[in-house]
Design a protein around this ligand. Structure first.
Ligand code: ZN
Length: 270
């Protein structure tokens, strides 16, 4: 079988594949959260003959609140950077993601099924109207669950960090220009950042919004060089200058944090 491992603060791991006798040494590009079940491993090779393995984990419960054990910069400021993600809401500068709770995903699946059934019904019929009502109810329930989840998540972040750094994204413009449609809005990023904003104020903490054109994805967080030909489909950043290999979103979150902290200290000094 595949392998099991202790993942806390792990940067290297050993992989055991069913048909290979030797263990393969892995270099992890993202921290593996504890408590997950390994569902699959996909192996690929790039043009330069480097092997990559993509691991899929499943988690029962959503990620716990950010721990009190947060990193501080050299001036004792507890800071975190968040990179907006369609898949996870965000990836943070520690390589962690915010996952919507499982029940929420299940409700979404249920909603899709109800809608499918509706599409097969005769418009205007009694059954059709009843089904429509059911769907509207579920919509409300899901919206309430999402609000509740975002509320707790933003509270925890605003409470634990002195400085939270995000990109200043215009969600409406983004949805239109990237043809991402509803998904960008659905992930709740706009609502989440508004919650962060007033909760940070409440705790006397700071939400720093960095310029949306800041090249957070295209800058190597290790050596600072830039890779302008990075495309949206490049999930891994492979630095041609220093050899750094890191998950694209994780690196973006690190850069957002660094830039946000720079702006924060500049503001404090003024
Ligand atoms: Zn580099």
């Amino acid at each position: 079988m595949l392998w099991s491992l202790s993942t806390r603060f792990l940067t290297n791991a050993l992989l055991k594949l069913p048909k290979l006798k030797t263990l393969i040494k892995l270099k992890l590009h993202r921290k593996i959260k504890e408590g997950g079940v390994l569902k699959s491993a996909t192996i690929s090779m790039d043009r330069n003959g480097r092997f990559f393995v993509s691991l899929k984990y499943e988690y029962k419960e959503p990620k716990a609140a950010p721990s009190a054990n947060t990193h501080t910069d050299n001036q004792g400021i507890r800071a975190i950077g968040l990179d907006m993600s369609l898949e996870h809401l965000y990836v943070d500068s520690d390589g962690d993601t915010a996952e919507f709770p499982r029940f929420y995903r299940q409700q979404e699946e249920k909603l899709a099924k109800l809608q499918h059934v509706l599409s097969g019904m005769k418009r205007g019929s009694k059954r059709y109207e009843r089904q429509k009502h059911k769907i509207a109810k579920l919509h409300e329930k899901i919206a309430a669950q999402r609000r509740d989840f975002l509320d707790k998540l933003s509270y925890n972040l605003a409470y634990h960090y002195d400085v939270i750094c995000i990109e200043d994204l215009n969600m409406h413009a983004m949805a239109q220009s990237l043809h991402l449609g509803k998904s960008v809005m659905d992930v709740g990023w706009g609502m989440f950042t508004r919650m962060l904003e007033y909760k940070c104020k409440r705790f006397g903490h700071t939400l720093v919004k960095i310029d949306q054109w800041y090249p957070s994805s295209k800058t190597c967080c290790h050596c600072g060089s830039r890779k302008d030909d990075l495309t949206l489909s490049d999930r891994l950043y492979i630095c041609p200058v220093c050899g750094n290999i890191i998950d694209r979103d994780w690196q973006a979150a690190i850069n957002i944090k660094e830039e946000g902290l720079r702006l924060y200290h500049q503001e404090q000094a003024a």
